[in-house]
Design a protein around this ligand. Structure first.
Ligand code: NAD
Length: 454
């Protein structure tokens, strides 16, 4: 028997749906069906598979507004962001539909014969995603997996399953079989862990906290099961003295307060060169006070609420331990609102500089010179993202090369473009998603030697 979970709108605190929480037995049954479906999906002609994926992308695109409105209700994302996210899903599926017909092995000259490599789909892939970006993160896993010829069981976060469930229906509507792409709702401990331990699931893509990622890697290791891990972050936004301060200050709020700071790439540490500290902070304060935190259904909204009451308590606990320099405003409630907040921290070992806050809070520090900026940016267990602001391109690249992180941008707060690889150094993850090679993570390479001298 399945349990059900109530789904809450974080802007209103009202229940909006009830969703099944599957049992371990139901999860195993879904994996059985997925493994059976793999036998035929892998044999679907590449042109047909590509056409199905293109039809799926078109169906997502034509339901952009419906998906976006659903995400606003389930996750509190601003409508502008949610439309971008639904659009990103369609783009990513389209992009990997183009990989289907390009998946190929190699012929390697060897003495005494011919050597051929084949790329073969691994089988059933388990994709486990967090609550902060339910739509795009799911698609970064399922689109290349389906393109490679794998079947997918996707587990959304317990509290934000609605858009994933609808996206799967949109796939089924265009002819992708239900057991080729199945969404399994329920808890991490039951559904997620069953996916990781079941030997018929051949690969796990996990996006979430470092703590759960380490646990998943440990249990997957017992079966030598490959995992891709996209984990937490504590990224730095480095403002050098020669930066265009107007542009750097205007961009800085969006590098950390976007999605109410619930973003693995949030630049939650702001490092400003001493000589321009006052000039930068004056501009930054204006920008922070101008962030529109309001009903996420409004086109003008730039930031919505936090995901839950318990998450807001966690964010508050960090701020309670530090000195607030200034903050923006937010509605009083109902809803799990929290204002954009800028804090100053003197102790370099304070937990606000070490741990992921996952809320609209940024800690400011100063540095003397380029070398110290790199040292401070690297003073973290994480290495996911970061920005460098400078008018000297050579310096921008030099600092980017010095920072131990997977996704850096110079004079920009952008982190993700689906054409380019995405993933973290250190405790931010293992492996890469997106970019032209993502399908490789869902293939085994088989090598066959043919003796030509027989
Ligand atoms: P979480 O680790 O609590 O949960 C993530 C997913 O794992 C959920 O679906 C959850 O149900 C599932 N899960 C929990 N325990 C499990 C278990 N024992 N076995 C299998 N599955 C289990 O993370 P969250 O709170 O949902 O998301 C926030 C975290 O995600 C942050 O740390 C954030 O940085 C990270 N994140 C990383 C990226 C990235 O690309 N690097 C992107 C988004 C979010």
């Amino acid at each position: 028997m399945s349990d059900v979970r109530e789904i809450i709108n974080p802007s209103t605190e009202e229940a909006i749906a009830e969703v099944k929480a599957l049992s371990a037995l139901e999860t195993e049954a879904a994996i059985t069906r997925s493994a059976a479906a793999f036998a035929s999906w892998r044999k679907v002609a590449p042109g047909t598979r590509a056409a199905l994926l293109r039809a799926f992308a078109a169906n997502v695109l034509s339901h952009n507004e419906e998906l976006a409105q659903l995400e606003v209700r389930n996750s509190g994302h601003t409508i502008g962001n949610a439309r971008w996210e639904a659009n990103n899903v369609a783009d990513v599926i389209n992009y990997y539909s183009g990989s289907v017909e390009r998946l190929s092995g190699r012929q390697i000259p060897v003495p005494g014969g011919i050597d051929i490599t084949f790329k073969e789909p691994v089988g059933v892939v388990g994709i486990i995603v967090p609550w902060n970006f339910p739509m795009p993160i799911a698609s970064w896993g399922f689109a290349p997996a389906l393109a490679a010829g794998c079947t997918v069981v996707l587990k959304p976060a317990e509290i934000t399953p609605l858009t994933a469930m609808r996206i799967a229906e949109l796939a089924h509507e265009v002819g992708i079989p239900q057991d080729v792409f199945a969404v399994l709702t329920g808890s991490g401990r039951v559904v997620g862990e069953t996916m990781v331990t079941d030997p018929r699931v051949k690969k796990i893509v996990f996006t979430g906290s470092t703590e759960v990622g380490v646990h998943i890697q440990t249990i997957a290791a017992a079966q030598v099961k490959p995992v891709t891990l996209e984990l937490g972050g504590k990224s730095a936004n480095v403002v050098l003295a020669d930066a265009d301060l107007d542009k750097a200050a205007a961009s800085a709020p969006y590098s950390v307060f976007d999605n109410a700071g619930q973003d693995c790439c949030a630049r939650s540490r702001l490092l400003v060169q001493e000589s321009v500290y006052d000039a930068f902070m004056e501009r930054f304060e204006d920008a922070v006070r101008g962030v529109r935190v309001e009903d996420p259904r409004l086109d003008s909204a730039e930031m919505g609420p936090l995901i839950s009451s318990s998450h807001r308590k966690s964010v508050e606990s960090f701020v309670d331990e530090s000195m607030v320099l200034f903050r923006g405003s937010c509605p009083t409630g109902p809803g799990y609102w929290y204002p954009p907040t800028v804090v100053e921290v003197v102790d370099p070992n304070h937990r606000i500089l070490k741990e992921e806050i996952f809320g609209p809070v940024v800690a400011v520090q100063t540095f003397r010179d380029e070398a110290q900026a790199i040292e401070m940016a690297n003073d973290s267990d994480y290495g996911l993202s970061g920005s460098i602001w400078t008018s000297n391109l050579g310096r921008g690249i030099r600092v980017a090369r010095g920072i131990e992180a997977g996704n850096l941008s110079v004079n920009s707060h952008s982190s993700v473009r689906y054409w380019t690889p995405f993933g973290g150094y250190k405790k931010s993850g293992l492996g890469r998603e997106l970019g032209p090679d993502a399908t490789d993570a869902f293939c085994e390479v088989k090598n066959v030697f043919i003796n030509t001298e027989i």
